[in-house]
Design a protein around this ligand. Structure first.
Ligand code: SF4
Length: 85
């Protein structure tokens, strides 16, 4: 789904933030913490997180989660695809 069609994104607390905070070229723990602080007060956090996990967004902070955190949520330790077994 194109981002322009995601209406809940208009209610995101990050709308007025610097995009570099959420999509940095070189992520740091400090940048991630600052972005997560914005997400923590966002009224559409749940929708954002559900979207990012469902869409497999591989870059940036979405729904208060880093790409690694989303990957671990989608593919927890011990996860194997049927084709890999
Ligand atoms: S949860 Fe975070 S990334 Fe998602 S819309 Fe809200 S502020 Fe933006």
């Amino acid at each position: 789904m194109p981002l322009g069609e995601i209406t809940w994104l208009r209610g995101g607390a990050c709308r007025t933030s610097d995009p570099e905070l959420f999509f940095p070229l070189a992520p740091t723990p400090q940048q991630e913490a600052r972005a997560k602080a914005v997400c923590a007060r966002c009224q559409v956090l749940d929708q954002c997180r559900d979207y990012a996990l469902g869409a497999g967004e591989s870059e940036g902070i979405w729904g208060g989660m880093t790409p690694d955190e989303r990957r671990r949520t989608r593919f927890p330790a011990g996860w194997h695809s049927p084709a890999a077994s």
